[in-house]
Unconditional design. Structure first.
Length: 136
């Protein structure tokens, strides 16, 4: 049963990471500004940071979030544990996303570079044709 849970977590995380990488990669490909370069570098940062540092950082982040949400937890359930998010699977999911987002983004960015921007021009033309009747 535990191996099935691990497999489900890995597949779900891989799908979410791929979707996030596609969105960020497409944005950085279309928008060629300073902001897109900063987003690209931040996305790659998780891959260059050691896994132990990411693990400690995520634990500290979630413990801090739990401490700030303690009043909400008690309001919902007076017998609630203090560390709700820190002891959940979401913390591991979040750490996986941070760690492997850079790997996915590199693959998607190289695919976009091979494809080039020639496919964006017909889209722009089609958008102008479809929007023209509505602008009169």
């Amino acid at each position: 049963m535990m191996s099935i849970n691990t497999l489900i977590l890995a597949i779900t995380t891989a799908i979410v990471i791929t979707i996030i990488s596609l969105v960020i990669g497409n944005y950085c490909r279309i928008q060629e500004g300073t902001i897109s370069k900063i987003i690209s570098k931040i996305t790659m940062m998780g891959y260059s940071i050691p896994a132990a540092v990411i693990a400690i950082s995520v634990i500290l982040l979630f413990v801090n979030i739990d401490r700030n949400l303690k009043g909400l937890y008690v309001m919902i359930n007076p017998n609630s544990k203090t560390l709700v998010l820190s002891s959940s699977i979401f913390m591991l999911f979040f750490a996986y996303v941070i760690r492997f987002l850079g790997v996915s983004y590199q693959a998607i960015e190289s695919g976009y570079e091979k494809m080039g921007k020639k496919f964006l021009k017909p889209q722009d033309c089609l958008d102008k044709i479809h929007l023209r009747p509505f602008s009169k």
